[in-house]
Design a protein. Sequence first.
Length: 325
Amino acid sequence: MRLSWRQLIKSKLRGKSTFFSVGIAFSAESVLLCVLQKNGDNIDWVLDASFSHATWREQLANYVQSNKLANTDCYVTLTSHWYQLLQADQPKVEEDEMYASLAWPLKELLPSNTDYVYDYMTPPAQVAGQSKLNVVAIPKKDIRNIANGVYEAQLKMRNISIEETATIELTPPSDDAVMTLVQEHGEEIVLNVVKNGEMYFTRRLKGFENLGSFSEHELSMGITDSLCVQIQRSMDYFESQLRQPPVRKVLLKLDTNLTDSLANQIQENMNLPVVNFEPEINCGPEFNFKMASFSCLGAAYTKQAKVLLEATKKANTTKSEEVRT
């Protein structure tokens, strides 16, 4: 997409946005939006909306205009219905040739009747003897539709990510491994193991999509035990196969009003701190982290997360240099 001179001038005349960022999440049921504003060192969640898939572009443009959001940095994330997350053998080529080299193996893994856009992530730790890449593939038509809609709404597209990485943006940087369990409404649970802002391990836990329909008694009759088994298997893989130090904390954001009870039960079973996952965002009384889309919030928080991660890395480097001297 190219800006005409007239469009470019109009963009400049609109000036800088007073908002920090816009997050947009494409879920199975709707298109979700949230807006963050920076207040000194604090990040405030100030706006929230949802649109239908059929008319999201028109609704987004109207919402941006009515709330004076034009020129705000926009970060988009997609839930699992919109992409495929694959593992592929890492081609034995130079880094600048990696992207092109993945085209051939991906043809074997993806449907041939769809044109895909793809990107890859290199895991920070590998199973001994393996050299894998995590590859995200998204239909090109969907990328084009999203980019055009954001552009037409006069927002500044900065990034398109996926559900797994959006969750990482909300996870506070830590030298210790942290496990997060995040669930959007009626969806599978996304389990991540994160350390220093990097995703060491991710998987989806199937069979818990109706978690919100169970009573506390029903959860104690086997549901919690099943969840603990999946958590333990993931921890075992992280420690034994990836040869990493143990996970030190579990953060929960699940599709149930009984998260506190679940956290207590898991903590008793696992002998590990288990707490509610609450991002470092000021949440006013009109908003609720328990009911929020972390895909949407994580997208909007991407801008701040990058700043915090760089600051943490810089501090660690300075500390290491002081120790050496």
